[in-house]
Design a protein around this ligand. Structure first.
Ligand code: C2E
Ligand code: MG
Ligand code: MG
Ligand code: MG
Length: 284
């Protein structure tokens, strides 16, 4: 009988396809449980300046899956965005980061550290985003001046006025903004002067081949020059070698993040990294 049914009907019963659908549903249910049930963790990746001083960390979320182990964000952030779970996930990340900022503020060796939090466009577009962040800051006692939100150009596709207004409202509290993955998006450069940004973050795709691809080298230099002329800070992500670091420093970029300095680490590993690094520099 099944041979008489058409191609489409056949493919509906395609076991491979059914597996995909079931896996997705299971993944979504699993992610919901992970957010509510404490399976998410933050890893901290050092942001450093010339000389090696650690100025803070970017927090990067991971899913400690009971069976699959550590699942990277590339495997669940897109799903979280499609399902709306990004809102509760994002709130958890913000709350956890701000709680950590408040703890660091109590200790002399960590009170200078800032935290950069990735905020997805969908989160930022929520009408109550500003109120939510302000509520978390108040509840946790975090210093908003130590909180940096990493936004991407994908935010700028619609209702830029709304985005700008929210950014100013948070800036008034002291919150800072970095434009993540800069250079790979499609935003108009004219937005750059209208957004109350503090920093551009050079996308790692330009850093990777900066020594071998003259186009990437030009782009990296141009982003640094653009940041300087707009009065913005600039940080490079994905720095893996000292030669890349040296090229960027020569171009005028003096803040870095990447495996060359430190991988994203669980909290205790990051704190050990800070302690191992800073005392040496204090003696300079
Ligand atoms: P991103 O914000 O651009 O983060 C940088 C990514 O590059 C991280 O990947 C980091 O582990 C990786 N990385 C850092 N240094 C190096 C390096 O030297 N070489 C290479 N090859 N890679 C490096 P990760 O942790 O897998 O995160 C991927 C993306 O997932 C992030 O890109 C960000 O867009 C998203 N993401 C992570 N955490 C969150 C979160 O809490 N909320 C949201 N909305 N997105 C997040
Ligand atoms: Mg980021
Ligand atoms: Mg990035
Ligand atoms: Mg990136």
């Amino acid at each position: 009988k099944s041979k008489e049914t058409g191609r489409n009907a056949m493919s509906f019963f395609d076991p491979a396809m059914q597996t995909v659908v079931l896996e997705r549903a299971a993944l979504e249910a699993g992610l919901r449980k992970a957010i509510d049930g404490g399976q998410l963790v933050l890893h901290y990746q050092a942001q450093v300046v010339d000389g090696g001083r650690v100025t803070g960390a970017e927090v990067l979320v991971r899913w400690q899956h009971p069976q699959r182990g550590t699942v990277p964000p590339s495997e669940f952030i897109p799903l979280a965005e499609e399902t709306g779970l990004i809102l509760s996930l994002g709130n958890w990340v913000m709350e956890t980061a701000c709680t950590q900022l408040a703890r660091w503020a109590q200790r002399a060796d960590t009170s200078h550290l800032s935290i950069a939090v990735n905020v997805s466009a969908q989160q930022f577009r929520e009408a109550d985003f500003v109120a939510t962040v302000c509520g978390i800051i108040e509840r946790t006692g975090a210093n908003p001046k130590r909180l940096k939100l990493e936004l991407t150009e994908s935010l700028l596709v619609d209702n830029v006025e709304d985005i700008i207004q929210k950014m100013y409202a948070l800036k008034a509290k002291g919150v800072e903004f970095s434009l993540d993955d800069f250079g790979i998006g499609y935003s108009s450069l004219s937005y750059l002067k209208r957004l109350p940004l503090n920093q551009l973050k050079i996308d790692q795709s330009f850093v990777r081949d900066v020594l071998i691809d003259p186009n990437d080298a030009s782009i990296a230099k141009t982003i640094v020059a653009l940041a300087q002329s707009l009065g913005l800070g600039v940080i490079a992500e994905g720095v893996e070698t000292d030669a890349q670091r040296d090229f960027l420093a020569d171009a005028g970029c003096h803040a870095y993040q990447g495996y060359f300095f430190c991988r994203p680490l669980p909290l205790d590993g990051f704190e050990q990294f800070v302690q191992a690094f800073d005392p040496i520099l204090d003696m300079e």
